[in-house]
Each structure stands twice: as structure tokens, then as C-alpha cells.
Design a protein around this ligand. Structure first.
Ligand code: SF4
Length: 93
């Protein structure tokens, strides 16, 4: 029923960006332009992400959005992109 259709869209992961430590290389934008963009200040932003008080950014994403963001995280030369599973807060990268 509708639950099956919704499961792919259900938010299961937290995408996080340690923005203060981003060096603005643009790799994440090249890999996942639908989730990342370059800001005029030379650093990347999570598109439609939330800015936190600690200056990190975050966005909840679904299973279908996970793979490309994992690729973006793996492409980041300074490892400032992180993914957590929401249900148990397990850090995946
Ligand atoms: S790949 Fe990492 S360092 Fe490069 S712009 Fe993206 S978040 Fe910043």
C-alpha cells in the first residue's frame, strides 16, 4: 500500500557538513550537484540544509539519496562530510 511507496522517501539518514573545515575543493558538488552547491564565500553548502549553531549544516535524507551522498563524502579530501543512521545514531562515515 502507500507505506511501500513512502519507504524510499522516508528520511533514514542524517547528512552532516563540518562547514568550518571545508576547503572549497568542489568535489562534493561535482559528485552530487542535486545535494551540494558552492557558496560565494568559497565553501560548499548542503542544498536545502539547515545551519546549526556550531556552523555545521545538516539535512535528513532518504535511502535513495544515501548512495550519492556517500560518494560525495568519500570524495571529500578533508573528510568533512558525514552520514549517520537516524534510528540508532550510528556514524557511517
Ligand atoms: S568535497 Fe569536502 S572540502 Fe570539498 S567542497 Fe565539498 S565539503 Fe568542502
Amino acid at each position: 500500500m502507500a507505506e511501500n511507496n513512502n519507504s524510499e522517501k522516508e528520511k533514514k539518514y542524517l547528512l552532516e557538513h563540518d562547514r568550518p573545515n571545508c576547503i572549497g575543493c568542489g568535489a562534493c558538488v561535482a559528485v552530487a550537484p542535486e545535494h551540494w552547491d558552492m557558496n560565494d564565500d568559497g565553501k560548499a553548502d548542503i542544498l536545502h540544509g539547515k545551519n546549526r549553531k556550531d556552523e555545521w549544516q545538516e539535512k535528513e535524507i532518504s535511502e535513495e539519496e544515501f548512495k550519492v551522498n556517500m560518494e560525495a563524502a568519500e570524495s571529500c579530501p578533508v573528510n568533512v562530510i558525514h552520514l549517520k543512521r537516524l534510528k540508532d545514531n550510528e556514524k557511517l562515515i
